[in-house]
Ligand binder design. Structure first.
Ligand code: MN
Ligand code: MN
Length: 293
């Protein structure tokens, strides 16, 4: 069972995440700069009383995940894009993680339906004792019935305070081994559907970073440790605090010394368009509470 204050924080984070997701649906349009979507939605998270749990992810077409605008990003939303907006909100470190796929120019409507229905079907089966492998099986089956593939090497994940990926992974395909979900645990579930191969690969680009350990002495790292703890961050978030021309150099240096971890942009291997749907839920004795609905 979750402590009442913890539960309250989760519900607040979930409510904010849902509002921001709604807002994403209104502002994502052909020709809008990606950086504007990132900034507007991250600002809304703060205005509503939360903090970003990670940089806003805005991933186009066969980019499956982990794209956020670098500073000075000039990319705009192309016509006929499939736009995945992935939003993380935390309140006192308690995280809600939710995503939606928006079609600009009416492409990929079935692909969007596939990931949404997979999420819906799988959420219906959640309760104390639900098996991760069965969840993966339902997601896989639902997506395949549409004629698409689930992305097998992306998963949902257990959430803990200030910890976005707290060890246990909810698969998007049937797995041989697995675990059982327990009452009071909080998870994000995120089916991805694609017309490609169903596998993502690292690209050579990374715009999202993380400090794996919160104890760090140089001023640059202490600031990151204090502001973002061990949650993911973007270079955009540092430009008001540090000299613009130094940030990328410092980040590169600390990635090389393995002080900072980088999250490469994930691309679908077959260059197939990808859709994603995601909610965060609390496992209950006889069901679950979706906090980001
Ligand atoms: Mn997410
Ligand atoms: Mn997630």
């Amino acid at each position: 069972m979750l402590d009442a204050n913890v539960l309250e924080s989760y519900r607040t984070a979930g409510g904010i995440a849902a509002k921001v997701r709604e807002e994403a649906g209104k502002i994502v349009k052909e020709g809008i700069p990606l950086i504007k979507v990132c900034e507007v939605l991250e600002r809304k998270i703060v205005k509503e009383g939360g903090k970003p749990a990670f940089p806003l992810n805005i991933s186009l077409d066969d980019v499956a995940a982990h794209y956020t605008s670098p500073p000075d990003d000039k990319t705009t939303i192309p016509p006929k894009a499939l736009v995945k907006v992935d939003i993380g909100v935390h309140v006192e470190g308690y995280i809600a993680d939710t995503a939606v796929t928006i079609s600009v120019g009416k492409v990929g409507m079935e692909l969007i339906k596939a990931s949404e229905l997979a999420l819906e079907n799988a959420l219906k089966t959640i309760k104390h004792g639900a098996k991760s492998s069965s969840i993966g099986e339902i997601i896989e089956k639902t997506i395949k019935e549409f004629g698409f593939k689930p992305i097998s090497n992306l998963t949902g994940h257990l959430l803990e305070r200030y910890n976005l990926h707290a060890g246990k992974a909810i698969p998007n395909v049937k797995t041989r081994i697995g675990f059982v979900l327990k009452e009071g645990e909080v998870y994000a579930m995120e089916p991805f559907a694609t017309i490609g191969e169903g596998i993502v690969e690292d690209s050579k680009y990374a715009y999202i970073y993380r400090l794996p350990s919160p104890k760090a002495s140089p001023q640059f790292l202490s600031y990151i440790a204090r502001e973002f703890k061990t949650l993911p961050f973007a270079a955009r978030w540092l430009i008001y605090k540090f000299p613009r021309n130094k940030i990328e150099e410092l980040i590169r240096k600390f990635i090389l010394s393995q002080t900072i971890q980088a999250y490469p942009v994930l691309m679908e291997r077959g260059k197939g368009a990808v859709s994603q749907a995601e909610h965060t839920f609390i496992v209950k004795r006889n069901g679950c509470e979706v906090i980001s609905a």
